[in-house]
Design a protein around this ligand. Structure first.
Ligand SMILES: *Cc1c(COP(=O)(O)O)cnc(C)c1O
Length: 507
């Protein structure tokens, strides 16, 4: 174990006349080197360890206790703390046998970038700095990959949920401003009549964003989906028409590019046409599948993407930018400024010919530059072709997983695609409640420490869901997952005896 600097040693090396947190450059250098060594070892050895391991209750309680000692600690303590108390207990999403949710491992270059950007510590909301220009540039790169028109602007966010919230707030302001009802009695009259549309498969963050902008649940219309879990344009048109007849104000439809449960892509063309015909905003939630236009095999589903009013993309999903990095892309960025630009005396007005501050495009003022640098670093490391190759890699793995599922008599494939996911069931050797059985099977696989997958409801049934978004996952991991699921089913999904370390493979 590395010898941490004692408090005394750190104090000896304190720069003159500077209080902590200042440190001596030599101490900082040594600690950074130690941290870098640990990070490369940790990321390298991760696949050999368990996906997750049970966390001792006493340790969890210690972390939650939140007691700050009065004596100063030392710099080296941070690395020791992370190594012993934090790193052994991750979500599991760094591991190649982790298949739950849409939760990627970090791109190594993104890890480096986060450290470097935090040293620069630029405030990407106000004033001028290089990282704010880089953020504008990375937004353009994303827009280009997504197939959005030249001139598209936008802003980086903590993730897809925040991007969807910004999108709905922007759509609402746009809609009411056009009607001349952005304030006063006209606002009171119109706001209560706004209605929002999305498919029944839309991510829950859409409903939550609607609630946050003051839309009650009964003004949100979850529209029926077809046999492939895509929004049904005829059902959308019927819902909109009924609402118009009732004197309501349909202001926005949210399509999904890559539904979270089954990876479906909603039909863009018919929705855009309907939106245009009655003056509705068309937002696409592409948190997972926003970059499909960059993939030849998917591009036909993304025709018309350039006519969207806004799109959410989550670079911390498909692109493996370290969390949290989402983005809202808006072909006409003026709409963002209308929604979010607010002045204050303590923020000197921008130069007349300066670009608008990024704080005028979102609800954050002081904003991190880590997102922009980590995104830029990941994109430039991949290159445009690398982005396509990476997504194609996931599509190929998903196809292989689906083939394995359909060729195994005890497994049944229920849904999945075109985005890389498989939703499936396994034969119950007993005869209990199938939903409870699949919940137990997933739990048993999770507890094994060898693989990890989650459940999801597909057409009212609880099924197993395996998602491909880890660039280190191989075909061997797919075989392992299938074995683990079958093994868990054999045991009826009963809990295993407690696992320590990486338990033996049941082969
Ligand atoms: C993941 C996801 C979100 C939420 O994004 P976060 O980054 O987790 O906030 C929204 N929509 C879809 C379709 C998603 O897959």
């Amino acid at each position: 174990m590395r010898e941490p600097y004692s408090t005394r040693f750190t104090e000896t090396f304190l720069p003159k006349d500077q209080p902590p947190p200042a440190v001596h450059p030599k101490v900082l250098r040594d600690e950074l080197v130690a941290a870098a060594e640990w990070v490369s070892g940790y990321l390298g050895e991760l696949p050999a360890g368990p996906v997750v391991r049970p966390m001792p209750p006493g340790q969890r309680a210690r972390l939650r206790a939140g007691k700050l000692g009065s004596r100063a600690g030392n710099l080296g303590g941070v690395l020791d703390f992370v190594r012993e108390e934090i790193a052994p207990f991750p979500t599991g999403n760094g591991h190649p046998a982790f298949f739950a949710w849409v939760n990627s491992p970090p791109a190594p270059v993104g890890v480096i970038a986060e450290l470097l950007a935090s040293a620069v510590n630029a405030t990407c909301g106000m004033g001028e700095n290089a990282l704010m220009d880089l953020e504008r540039g990375t937004v353009r790169m994303l827009a280009d990959l997504a197939g959005l028109p030249d001139g598209t602007g936008g802003v980086l966010t903590s993730g897809g949920s925040m991007a969807n919230l910004l999108a709905l707030a922007t759509a609402r302001t746009w809609f009411l401003t056009r009607r001349g009802s952005s304030d006063g009695p006209a606002y009171d009259r119109d706001h209560a009549r706004l209605t929002l549309y999305c498919s029944a498969q839309a991510h829950m963050s859409v409903a939550r964003a609607a609630a946050c902008i003051g839309l009650p649940a009964h003004r949100l219309r979850p529209v029926a989906t077809d046999a492939h879990d895509r929004l049904d344009p005829a059902a959308l048109r019927a819902a909109v028409t009924a609402d118009l007849d009732a004197g309501l104000l349909p202001f926005c439809t949210v399509s999904t590019l890559g539904t979270t449960a089954t990876g479906a892509v909603d039909p863009l063309g018919p929705v855009t046409r309907l939106c245009r015909s009655i003056g509705m905003w068309h937002h696409a939630d592409g948190a997972w599948g926003g970059l499909g236009a960059a993939v030849p095999a998917l591009a036909h589903l993304y025709q018309g993407v350039d006519e969207l009013d806004s799109m959410t993309v989550d670079p911390h999903k498909t692109l493996s930018v370290p969390v949290g990095c989402g983005a809202l892309l808006v072909p006409d960025p003026e709409h963002l400024h209308t929604a979010f630009a607010h002045r204050a005396s303590y923020l000197a007005a921008d130069e007349p010919d300066a670009l608008p501050w990024l704080s005028h495009t979102t609800i954050e003022l002081t904003r991190p530059g880590t997102r922009a640098l980590a995104l830029w670093a990941t994109l430039q490391h991949l290159g445009r072709d690398g982005v396509t190759d990476l997504i194609e890699h996931y599509l190929r793995l998903a196809e292989q997983l689906r083939t394995r599922i359909t060729s195994e008599p005890r497994l049944e494939l229920l849904a999945g695609g075109p985005w890389p996911v498989a939703c499936f069931r396994v034969t119950d050797p007993g005869s209990g409640d199938p939903d409870a059985f699949h919940t137990r099977v997933a739990r048993r696989v999770q507890d094994s420490g060898r693989a990890y997958l989650a459940t999801v409801a597909v057409r009212g049934r609880t099924v197993l869901r395996a998602c491909l978004c880890n660039y280190r996952t191989t075909e061997d991991d797919l075989d392992l997952l299938i074995r683990e699921v079958l093994h868990a089913a054999d045991t009826g999904g009963r809990p295993a005896t407690t696992a320590t370390g990486r338990p033996p493979d049941p082969r």
